[in-house]
Ligand binder design. Sequence first.
Ligand SMILES: NC(=O)c1ccc[n+]([C@@H]2O[C@H](COP(=O)([O-])OP(=O)(O)OC[C@H]3O[C@@H](n4cnc5c(N)ncnc54)[C@H](OP(=O)(O)O)[C@@H]3O)[C@@H](O)[C@H]2O)c1
Length: 240
Amino acid sequence: MFSIATAVGMLKLISRRGILVSMITVVLGGTSGLGAEIAGALRANGKETFVIGRSYDEQTHGAGMKIDLAQKADIKQLCEHLQSLGEDLNFYWVSGYGYQGDFAAQPSPETMAAVNFSNVLPVAQIAWRMMLAAEKTTHLVVISSTSGYKARKDEAVYAATKHAQTGFARSLGLEAERLHANCKVALFMPGGMQTPFWDNNRPVQYTEFLDPKKVATRVIDRVESQSEPFYEEIIERGSL
Ligand SMILES: NC(=O)c1ccc[n+]([C@@H]2O[C@H](COP(=O)([O-])OP(=O)(O)OC[C@H]3O[C@@H](n4cnc5c(N)ncnc54)[C@H](OP(=O)(O)O)[C@@H]3O)[C@@H](O)[C@H]2O)c1
C-alpha cells in the first residue's frame, strides 16, 4: 500500500513542478459491486485509479487503501492521504450499505447515517478543495439510488441517506456553476443492481436487477462527456 502511495505522491510532486501532469481517480467504495466495476473500467481505459473500502487488499484491488468509514480515525487517515496525492483528482462516491426492515428494529441507524453520508463529508470536502485547485477539469460523481428520490416502506434510514446524497450533489452542482469552477458534479440514481449489496437479503426480483458492469459503463460515458457543471440521471431497472 505504502509503496504505491509513495509512488503516486512522487508523481504528483513532479506534476506540481510542471514536469508531468497526471490525474488520479479515487473510487470510494471501489472494492466491490458497482465501485469495483467503475474502477475496473477506468483502469482498462488506462486511467490511474485508487480504490477505498473495508475489504481492500493490494493483490485483489490494485492501488488503494483499507478504510472503514465508520471509524473516525480512518476518516482522518484517508483525508490526510488524499491531500498527499496532489491536486488533479476525480472523486467517485460509490460507498454505502443497505438495510431492509422496520426502523424500530434497525441496529445502529446512526452508523448507517455516518457511513452512507456524514462521515464521507470531510473526505468529499478535501477532494472538492483539491478539485477546485486542479489544473484540469475534474469530476465529483455521487452514486445515490432510486431510494434517493422515492419513499420506501422498509428502508427509512437508507432512503434518508440517499436523499441526503441527492440534495448534496444537486446543491454542489449549483455551487460549481456559481463559482465557474473547472469541476463538474454528476449524480446517478440507479435502481436495483446485482451486487453483494444484497448478499444477506436477496430479493425475489434479484435476477431482474441491473448489471453493475452496464451501470458502470453508463456512468463513465456520461461523466466523460459531461459539458455542463451538473448532470443527473435516474437509471431505472430494465433500462440498460
Ligand atoms: N445494489 C443495489 O441494488 C443498489 C441500488 C441503488 C444504489 N446502490 C448504491 O450503490 C452503491 C454501491 O453499492 P453496491 O451495490 O455496489 O454494493 P456493494 O457491492 O456492497 O459495494 C459497496 C461498497 O461500499 C463500501 N463500503 C460499505 N461500507 C463501508 C465502510 N463502512 N467503510 C468503507 N467502505 C464501505 C464497500 O467496501 P467493502 O466491501 O470493502 O467494505 C463496497 O466497496 C451504494 O452507495 C449503494 O447504496 C445500490
